[in-house]
Design a protein around this ligand. Structure first.
Ligand SMILES: Cc1cc2nc3c(=O)[nH]c(=O)nc-3n(C[C@H](O)[C@H](O)[C@H](O)COP(=O)(O)OP(=O)(O)OC[C@H]3O[C@@H](n4cnc5c(N)ncnc54)[C@H](O)[C@@H]3O)c2cc1C
Length: 549
């Protein structure tokens, strides 16, 4: 636990006695929640605003007013380029069509991740973590069938047709399918800045979100300690019943005002720096179906293909590499695909972060969403999905009045504390299973840095494969299937007790994987063909939010 990072120094909290009853309205105990104030206009802020406003419309809570206050002075992080499949449901709920989204956000399809060089760093060291779950079967049966029938194939390729689709750069759907439907489960790669612009246009024009472009200079609390209003530089005080803190790393409401402690997880997850670069691509060049994460001596590189560029970045631990070394690693990687003269002209953006999260995400009448709630390094792109899950939990359990706020907060905090802990363990798994010998990788395996629950599970998995007994929640963020993909992708030994005959049904299921891969290969367009056709059909393509709402 520690002091929250990057708190804005001198940011005042104004405590005002008598404020809660006399200035806001009715007696506090029964005050209904009608005014939602969101502070921050990054991915978290605009997703929150659109989801709350869309929910209010769908559920006829028309009395709910949604205001988003966004500083013109503080830039957004805007790096998040990989989403989870949940984004399809999110866009649908908000009322943005898939076509609008793909065009406006320069987006492409993501079908999972490929990890290169994580075990030994050898040229053939790679495995997939696809979005499609393995062919049906009990974990023991599935692993037994893989060993008996297809042990020469990597686990993911034996149990799912999706890695083959990724190898061929295929789209997960045909253009004629209804929006958001797919032959394979999928998410998106996108330009995060453009997503915020799209959501802002849609939220203000279609969903009635009030947008205040102003800097919040102070937070006003009432005599109970709840937040009563935020005070802006030019627009006065904006009062609310529920505040959503989307102020990014600054965490002005949850951290500075309410002083909820920050739980530092950098002892488990070492990475604390990133360099990001936008790399142009030639027209017509293939677009990858997966995020590629390539291990390096002190971290890893991400590589994300969009229709008009690649987003490439280097994540590293400042205790194990200098900024210059990291930049050399990044330029060395990008330089494999583009001429040296072009590489020289590409700018690098530097980002600093600390893996960790709040002790509580919902405190009093303030919910932290996005970076204000915390951040864990971007290895499995778990930040935007946490934003979506937070909003889902809020809206499915929306506090009717001030009285029920504490109860909802407690339930929310329990659930999300569970989720953040599970994400830390799953991310750490990728490091613990590595056999690389550089100091960074050895340090990552040292026992004191591995969460105790993960250590216990690794012991269990020597005797049996990961199953729902290990991840028992109905809505686990990473289910047992994800653990199977990483474990067997990284060469974790198959338990002796699982070897041997597998049930005929599971064996059949595995045999059909190859057949399905062939059918998909002959019926799905490539990402490039799909996305170029979309743009050509749209003609003078509506590529900004101005045209799509
Ligand atoms: C290197 C890196 C890679 C990442 N990759 C991924 C990925 O692949 N997938 C993924 O899901 N996520 C990823 N993320 C995380 C993702 O970028 C963030 O979760 C996402 O951008 C949400 O940010 P945010 O909206 O919480 O904060 P920010 O983008 O920082 O927005 C903060 C907002 O608060 C406003 N604000 C601040 N102070 C004030 C004030 N005083 N008054 C008014 N407004 C104020 C700012 O103006 C801004 O609008 C990555 C992050 C990093 C660092």
């Amino acid at each position: 636990m520690g002091k929250p990072p990057s708190q804005e120094s001198g940011f005042p909290t104004v405590r005002r006695t008598g404020y809660s009853c006399s200035q806001i309205g009715r007696a506090r105990v029964s005050k209904p929640v009608t005014k939602v104030v969101i502070v921050g206009g990054g991915t978290a802020g605009w997703l929150s605003a659109c989801l709350v406003a869309a929910h209010a419309r769908t559920h006829r809570r028309r009395q709910l007013e949604v205001t988003l206050v966004e500083s013109p002075d503080v830039p957004t992080v805007g790096v998040g380029e990989g989403t989870w499949p949940t984004m399809r449901g999110t866009l649908e709920r908000i009322g943005i069509s898939e076509e609008q989204f793909l065009l406006a956000c320069d987006a492409s399809f993501k079908q999972g991740s490929r990890f290169d060089g994580w075990v030994t760093g050898a040229a053939d060291d790679r495995y997939y973590h696809p979005f499609v779950a393995p062919a049906a079967g009990e974990p023991r049966d599935l692993v037994a069938a893989w060993q008996a029938e297809a042990s020469s194939a990597p686990f993911a390729e034996a149990v799912s047709a999706q890695p083959r689709a990724c190898q061929l750069d295929l789209a997960p759907r045909q253009p004629a399918m209804p929006g958001f439907a797919g032959a394979l489960n999928y998410a998106y790669h996108l330009d995060a800045g453009k997503l915020a612009t799209l959501l802002a246009g849609h939220g203000t024009r279609q969903l009635g979100v009030r947008h205040v472009r102003d800097h919040v200079e102070a937070v006003v609390t009432d005599d109970t300690g709840d937040i009563a209003a935020v005070r802006t530089r030019a627009s006065g005080e904006i009062a609310g019943d529920l505040f959503i803190d989307c102020t990014g790393h600054a965490a002005l409401l949850i951290g500075t005002t309410l002083e909820v402690p920050f739980r530092d997880r950098s002892g488990e997850l070492f990475n604390d720096r990133a360099l990001a670069m936008q790399v142009p691509v030639a027209p017509g060049s293939p677009i990858s179906s997966q995020t590629v994460g390539t291990a390096h001596t002190a971290g890893w590189l991400w590589d994300i293909g969009l229709p008009t560029r690649r987003g490439v970045g280097c994540v590293y631990s400042s205790a194990h590499a200098t900024d210059d070394q990291a930049e050399q690693t990044l330029r060395g990687y990008v330089g494999r695909a583009i001429p040296a003269a072009d590489l020289k002209s590409l700018a690098v953006r530097r980002l600093t972060f600390r893996s960790g999260h709040r002790e509580r995400f919902w405190d009093r009448n303030c919910l932290a969403v996005g970076l204000s709630a915390g951040f864990l390094e971007p290895l499995e792109a778990s930040a935007i999905v946490l934003i979506e899950l937070s909003l889902g939990a809020l809206l499915d359990n929306f506090p009717a009045d001030a009285d029920s706020m504490a109860l909802h907060a407690r339930r929310f905090n329990e659930l999300f504390r569970y989720r953040w802990d599970r994400i830390v363990e799953f991310l750490k798994l990728h490091y613990v299973l590595s056999k690389r010998e550089e100091p960074y990788w050895r340090d990552n395996r040292s026992e004191g840095t591995v969460p105790e629950r993960l250590r216990d599970l690794l012991r269990v998995w020597r005797d049996q494969p990961p199953s729902s007994y290990d991840l028992p929640h109905a809505s686990e963020i990473f289910p047992a299937a994800s653990y199977q993909y990483v474990l067997y992708g990284m060469g974790f030994p198959v338990p002796e007790a699982v070897r041997g005959a597998a049930p005929a049904g599971t064996v059949d299921g595995l045999r059909q994987v190859g057949q399905r891969a062939r059918v998909l290969a002959s019926s799905l367009p490539t990402n490039r063909a799909y996305l170029d056709q979309l743009r050509n059909t749209a003609g003078a393509a509506p590529t900004s939010a101005e045209h799509v709402s």
